[in-house]
Ligand binder design. Structure first.
Ligand code: NAP
Length: 301
């Protein structure tokens, strides 16, 4: 903390779509804290290398107390921190940087943020723990790691099978949880017999389908990751990580097929609140942060 002020911010590019300033300013205000949450748009590397180095040096010098990190820098910042928390190491992605004494620590609150929100939406006493995750990028990695940790079996479906295979191999190698299991497939494969065969083999019903691709995000709101004509699981919760718009085309299609569907704003609030708590050691009101997102000052992503 600098003279009683919290200097917080977000590194990423582009950042015109961020809801984070609203959420963190609301949390600061609610606790009567002085401070600000600034946006630091840093272009992809190598162009942004100098800016990233300067910002990390400023944090090391105590001028910045906490940073969020988003696309495209979640992996880039790893070489600038002194240590990685377990979840950041396991997912290979940092979305929060905090200072502990002189040391910079890279954390990942997407995993706990997703799991915390998910538990509000799953039925109590659910038996099958089989999930389908669409996409194999950073968010899919956090989601799949969290689910494995909780003992779920996960199919990870991506348009590039090599990306799904490498994610599955990485997480499987970590033996996150003995009952957890992860298998790769292609997004196209959801339409085919192979998918049905796997379902039979795994002897389960999908209870969860997660969209971890950006498809459906504003401004391209008509896009959906679900392959045309593919059958929907009967009982699953459709969980879209996309949070702008609040209701995506994919969520509407899932509802039309009889599924329950939720969007990504709950996870957005949870991961932000967890970051805020790491920086301030104070507890953040999810309700206040959620209100800030539902009444955006800058209605963007
Ligand atoms: P990412 O690392 O870029 O990964 C995106 C994934 O989606 C990749 O597998 C990518 O495949 C795939 N994809 C992209 N365009 C596609 C297309 N047209 N068809 C099929 N697959 C496509 O991004 P991310 O960080 O994982 O973020 C994914 C989404 O989650 C974003 O919308 C982000 O805003 C959201 N998110 C939400 C929260 C939250 O708190 N609610 C947190 C984190 C992320 P390729 O590599 O082949 O392009």
């Amino acid at each position: 903390m600098n003279e009683g002020r919290f200097n917080l911010g977000l590194i990423g590019y582009p950042l015109t779509h961020s809801f984070s300033p609203q959420m963190h300013h609301a949390a600061l205000r609610q606790l009567g804290l002085q401070g600000e949450y600034r946006l630091y748009p840093i272009p992809p590397l190598p162009e942004g290398t100098g800016q990233l180095e300067d910002l990390m040096a400023a944090m090391r010098a105590g001028k910045i107390d906490g940073l969020n990190v988003t696309i495209p820098h979640k992996r880039n910042v790893i070489s600038y921190v002194d240590e990685l928390a377990l979840t950041a190491r396991a997912t290979g992605a940092v979305n929060v940087i905090l200072r502990r004494g002189q040391r910079l620590v890279g954390e990942n609150t997407d995993v706990a943020g997703f799991l915390a929100d998910l538990q509000h939406h799953l039925p109590a006493g659910m038996e099958s723990r089989l999930a389908l995750v669409l996409g194999a990028g950073g968010a899919a990695r956090a989601v799949a790691y969290g689910l494995l940790r909780e003992g779920w079996q996960v199919i990870i479906a991506a348009r590039r099978i090599d990306q799904a295979e490498s994610l599955a191999a990485d997480l499987q190698a970590q033996s996150v949880n003995e009952s957890g299991k992860i298998e790769p497939m292609t997004l196209e494969g959801i339409q085919g017999k192979e998918f049905q065969r796997r379902l039979g083999e795994w002897d389960g019903e999908f209870m969860l389908v997660v969209n971890a691709t950006p498809l459906g995000m504003a401004p391209d709101e008509g896009a959906s990751p679900w392959p045309p004509g593919a059958a929907w699981p009967r009982y699953a919760l459709a969980y879209d990580l996309v949070y702008n718009p609040a209701e995506t085309a994919w969520m509407r299609a899932a509802r039309a097929a009889g599924l329950r569907a939720v969007g990504g704003s709950g996870m957005l609030v949870e991961q932000a609140a967890l970051a805020f708590e790491l920086w301030t050691d104070l507890s953040a009101s999810r309700q206040v942060m959620a209100m800030a997102v539902s009444q955006p000052i800058h209605p963007t992503s």
